[in-house]
Design a protein around this ligand. Structure first.
Ligand code: LFR
Length: 493
């Protein structure tokens, strides 16, 4: 029996998941769950990185107390964020969280130095103000110590691996999310880095997912009283791991990784760097075993999570199932929102932002939590249809249905409405996509699974998949037309 440990750091929580492979079947167990709250301090939103390192250590201790021998360890988290080491290997400040507003307006100032067309041609990555390129441009313009004194740029899992092993390597899937990595040269893009005033020498070399990148250091093993174990660079981008775990049987499949963000698209062998892909603002993120993820990044359940938080602050606490219940009872197609509007990116009172959106687009604001949640979930489902149609156009494939993975599939109403909106079957499962994908790459590296297709087969044989067939086609079709008109998304951009 083999045991692997997957650290999956999400926006709602961080988890240490223990994976067992028994006769080709996967069993997973949550060993440790901890909060991963960003911390506002000194006018900036930060990662609490040392707290997370502490929780990783607690997880290793829990494994030891359970008497489990770990074959290997992998870490994944969201894209774009990083830490910077100085010349002596000390971390310069707590890493900044991508939801900090310091990148507002930075895309435009970078395009004055390098036109948007060239940025896309060099990276194949979707334009989002949170991308590392704009984070670093902002720090560089502000004369930040990170840019002046930084000697080593490490993305978050690489930084945590550095603390666990002492080794320094960035990983490919995560590197591509920065919009500073050139998939054609297979290296960091010197021209873009120089244009924003950042020294390309700061960038540790990139390894492919599935590379053994060190072992738990002797100092750490001594501190915790544990045996050392290999650490593997998995697909350290959580979306890369989630897509690795899609239980697809066919080569050309469509997926939706559904959580705080919604990532919808398909897996391709080469990045699609066409003018049309740029126009539609698609991305080509690095995947496992030479693949790319041609996808669109959609705002996701973040808006709902933030609404719930705001209501809680006002003294009304609702569970997610309660909110979903209220939404299903609310009037359908009453307000149409584009979930990707910039009003919704930063933390805050999302109900107020939805009201602002409705006022701007001449719509009546929702009344009561059910109506707000309904507008959010319908808005997501419509945006999924929009992005899926664009994926089909760019990939030149008509998909038979959509695989949904990730925590968001616990929202069965969203799964059903997605099927209704796209007019195709939805196969939902597994929920723990990122953690499982993290484990799969470890097992492939360790020789316990042959390749990604054998791994995907193991997922489909080990976890339940719920099937949602499309319904209410007429009303969803006509509501989709209204959605496009109200949100201005008429010309499929
Ligand atoms: C999902 C995700 C997305 C990325 C966003 C921000 O968790 O990794 O793929 O675009 O977070 O990094």
């Amino acid at each position: 029996m083999t045991h692997v440990l997957a650290f999956d750091l999400g926006a709602s929580s961080g988890r240490a998941m223990l994976g067992r492979l028994v006769d080709g079947k996967i069993e997973i167990e949550e060993l440790h769950r901890f909060s991963n709250d960003p911390v506002q301090a000194g006018g900036r939103l930060h990662w609490d990185i040392l707290r997370l390192l502490h929780e990783l250590k607690q997880s290793l201790l829990k494994a030891k107390h359970r008497g489990v021998v770990i074959d290997s360890i992998g870490i994944d988290t969201w894209g774009v964020d990083f830490g910077m080491l100085d010349r002596s290997g000390e971390l310069l400040g707590n890493p900044i969280h991508y939801r900090d507003p310091h990148t507002n307006g930075k895309m435009e100032s970078v395009f004055e130095k390098v036109p948007a067309e060239e940025v896309f041609a060099r990276t194949g990555i979707q334009f989002m103000s949170i991308n590392t390129l704009y984070q670093l441009a902002s720090l560089s313009d502000a004369g930040s110590v990170l840019v002046r004194e930084g000697r080593e740029f490490l993305m978050i899992p690489a930084l945590l691996r550095y603390y666990l092993t002492g080794e320094k390597h960035n990983e490919f899937s995560l590197a591509t999310t920065t919009q500073m990595f050139n998939p054609l040269s297979g290296d960091w893009d010197g021209r873009l880095l120089e244009a924003i005033g950042v020294d390309p020498a700061l960038f540790a070399p990139v390894v492919q997912p599935g590379t053994r990148v060190g072992r738990l250091s002797s100092a750490l093993c001594e501190e915790l009283g544990i045996e050392s174990a290999p650490v593997i660079a998995v697909a350290e981008h959580d979306t890369g791991s989630a897509v690795a775990a899609v239980p697809a049987k066919e080569q050309a499949f469509a997926y939706l990784s559904c959580g705080t963000w919604s990532l919808i698209g398909t897996e391709v062998a080469e990045p699609v760097l066409t003018e049309r892909a740029r126009e539609l603002n698609f991305t080509n993120e690095g995947g496992v075993y030479g693949t790319y993820r041609l996808l669109k990044n959609i705002m996701g359940l973040w808006i709902l999570q933030e609404c719930r938080r705001a209501w809680e602050r006002e003294g009304h606490s609702y569970s997610f199932p309660e909110l979903v219940q209220l939404a299903s009872a609310a009037e359908p197609f009453a307000a149409f929102i584009d979930v990707d509007d910039e009003l919704f990116l930063q933390p805050g009172d999302m109900a107020a932002q939805i009201r602002a959106y409705c006022a701007r687009t001449g719509q009546k604001a929702p009344e009561g939590p059910g109506a707000y949640v309904r507008a959010i979930l319908e808005g997501l489902a419509f945006k999924y249809r929009h992005a899926l149609e664009q994926t089909e156009e760019l990939a030149g494939v008509q998909f038979g249905g959509l695989h949904m993975v990730g925590g968001g599939i616990q929202n069965t109403l969203l799964c059903q409405w997605t099927a209704n909106a796209i007019g195709k079957t939805v196969w939902a499962g597994p929920t723990e996509g990122s953690a499982i994908g993290n484990m799969l790459v470890q097992w492939i590296t360790n020789g316990d699974l042959k390749d990604i297709w054998e791994a995907r087969r193991a997922v489909s044989e080990s976890f339940p998949v719920t099937v949602y067939e499309p319904g209410e086609r007429e009303s969803w079709n006509s509501a989709y037309d209204t959605f496009k008109a109200k949100t201005g998304l008429i010309d499929s951009i």
